[in-house]
Design a protein around this ligand. Sequence first.
Ligand SMILES: NC(=O)c1ccc[n+]([C@@H]2O[C@H](COP(=O)([O-])OP(=O)(O)OC[C@H]3O[C@@H](n4cnc5c(N)ncnc54)[C@H](OP(=O)(O)O)[C@@H]3O)[C@@H](O)[C@H]2O)c1
Length: 232
Amino acid sequence: MKIALLGGTGKLGQGLALRWCKTHDILVGSRSTEKAKSVANNYLQSAKEFYRKDLRGSIKGSENLSAATQADVIVLSVPFEGLSDFLASIKPRVSEEQLILCPIVPMMKTNAGFIHTPFKLIEPSAGRFQIRSVAEAVADQLPPRGRVVAALHTLSSKKLAQIGRPLDCDSFVCGDDKSMTEQGSNLIVEIPGVRAINIGPLSNAIQVEAATVLLRNITQFAGIREPLIKIL
Ligand SMILES: NC(=O)c1ccc[n+]([C@@H]2O[C@H](COP(=O)([O-])OP(=O)(O)OC[C@H]3O[C@@H](n4cnc5c(N)ncnc54)[C@H](OP(=O)(O)O)[C@@H]3O)[C@@H](O)[C@H]2O)c1
């Protein structure tokens, strides 16, 4: 399978590339072609050293838009900031059959620790408001909604990048299309030691985005580094 890691030059992209390249063809995307190629080459050297003859996939670098066009699966491994413009830029290059995995967590650091900063929807008639996940906002901008699957949020990029180390944790997925959600889960369980747990429709993505903020505060206040979630 061809997997485009848009913004794959960053922390999460590195870990996912190193894990998934064992069997998949990875396209590391960047705003800069030169940076993409250089970073992809570094990842590939690490992968070759670790997997040796067991390496069946590949890692190449390319500018984000080109990577998005070529892939079966797109991972939005970019920051929340500037996301709307970024999605508008890739929209002409994505097709309806592609699975889009969204790990993005909207949060900011304050004096009281990390806080979740999701979108707010106003329902004036009901006198109430509703909060909305990034994954749903992505689906609004890149329809059809069913191909967007919220995934990978609570994984630690540092632990993913330690190739030989199984993670021993769970990772949550949610989406509105059964087949797309299953495809996302299948990729997650290929990472050694990770179980995929389906938490229902895309509207539940807000819960797993918030769980990641909780993990950041666990690190900040309890001093537990790189915490992961495991459901017992
Ligand atoms: N790190 C984690 O452990 C982790 C875990 C779960 C989920 N996530 C989520 O995954 C996403 C990526 O996390 P990360 O830690 O890998 O982020 P990151 O390292 O800060 O950034 C990833 C890449 O995004 C690109 N980028 C930066 N600003 C951009 C912009 N305005 N428009 C387009 N591309 C931009 C950069 O690539 P170029 O300069 O090469 O274009 C950068 O290398 C985030 O939304 C985060 O919330 C992270």
